[in-house]
Design a protein around this ligand. Structure first.
Ligand SMILES: [Zn+2]
Length: 338
């Protein structure tokens, strides 16, 4: 998808387009911002612009944008272009050092088909310390005709040495109207539905889609059951038994992930409420006021300290899911933390 078809982020896109026209694209870039707003699409559009066979040119003949239709553009859009490899986390939720090394080896050669190799590392924060260190030398002395685009919704967890090599482009959340536009255009939503879903999406298409895929009622039931199970049981084996509640949803891996994420968001809100009760704050601020009696019964097991630690663990679990970690691994890890 070329720059001109991307929704939102106009200032950023104009910056990248002018850099491409002037052949001034830095050899390493960090696209940072909330998940689900289109960072990876922008990275791919940059790769298309740098390799398009029929580019859109300005009056002086400089390349401003890709056509979106030539062989190179179509290969890049499908992730099939040999000069535009995409590194992303696998089922383990991490980008392995072997993946990084293999990509570095390939980057030593000239581009095979295109003009510029563009290596896209999506969820770059899913690289562990050693994998990032392995990449560092390449970022310091990038091979000619290569651009490395790191994409991350948790940019501050990257090593300082990596961050300092990559100028950062900051993505903001989309406007609700922009989220709605993408839902209609790319996901077949009716206009009215799209507007309703977009209003509760925090400016993220990804979040809007995940919320729609999940069953909110079931997510709340599961979160309540998990809280009461883990309130009493400290035996790890019994806790892992409780994890089965979380990962019980059957379906495609994507829908399991969406359902678990929905459940974790409810859990997070319940834990915040338990913290409110434990700190004897005004219960009128409870997000789940209808469950006040149930929460009050659980409160003795969830003091302020435990509920805030659990809250942080749920946050980390959600981040791991966004990086594609397997739902079962995340559920097992979480029940041992809370
Ligand atoms: Zn093209």
């Amino acid at each position: 998808m070329p720059f001109h078809s991307i929704t939102g982020h106009r200032r950023m896109i104009s910056l990248l387009s002018r850099a491409a026209a002037g052949r001034r694209v830095p050899p390493a870039l960090l696209l940072a911002g909330p998940s689900g707003v289109g960072k990876r699409r922008v990275a791919q559009a940059l790769a298309e612009t740098l390799n398009c066979q029929e580019p859109v040119r300005d009056a002086e003949g400089l390349t401003l944008d890709a056509c979106g239709a030539c062989v190179a553009c179509r290969k890049i859009a499908r992730g099939m272009h040999p000069d535009v490899p995409v590194l992303e986390p696998g089922e383990s939720g991490s980008i392995k050092i072997e993946q990084v090394r293999e990509m570095i080896d390939r980057a030593q050669y000239r581009p095979f088909e295109g003009r510029t190799r563009v290596v896209i590392i999506d969820d770059a924060d899913a690289m562990g310390g050693p994998a990032q260190s392995a990449l560092l030398k390449t970022l310091e002395e990038p091979p000619s005709a290569s651009v490395f685009v790191l994409v991350s919704s948790l940019p501050d967890t990257l090593l300082q040495t990596v961050r300092s090599r990559c100028p950062r482009l900051r993505f903001a959340p989309l406007l609700p109207s922009e989220v709605a536009e993408v839902l209609v255009r790319d996901h077949g939503y009716a206009k009215a539905d799209a507007v309703a879903v977009a209003s509760d999406s925090d400016g993220s298409v990804g979040r809007a889609l995940a919320a729609q895929a999940a069953d909110a009622g079931a997510a709340r039931e599961t979160a309540r059951a998990l809280l009461s199970e883990t309130a009493r049981r400290s035996d790890p084996a019994k806790r892992l038994e409780a994890a089965k509640l979380l990962a019980a949803t059957k379906g495609s891996p994507a829908s399991e992930r969406d359902q678990l994420a929905a459940c974790l968001r409810v859990l997070s809100s319940l834990l915040r409420d338990l913290g409110v009760i434990a700190s004897k704050a005004d219960t009128r601020v409870l997000a789940n006021a209808d469950l006040q009696d149930e929460l009050a019964r659980l409160a003795p097991s969830w003091d302020e300290d435990r509920s805030s630690r659990a809250f942080a663990a749920v946050d980390r679990a959600l981040a791991a899911l966004e990086r594609n970690a397997g739902p079962k691994i995340v559920a097992d890890w979480l029940v041992l933390q809370i």
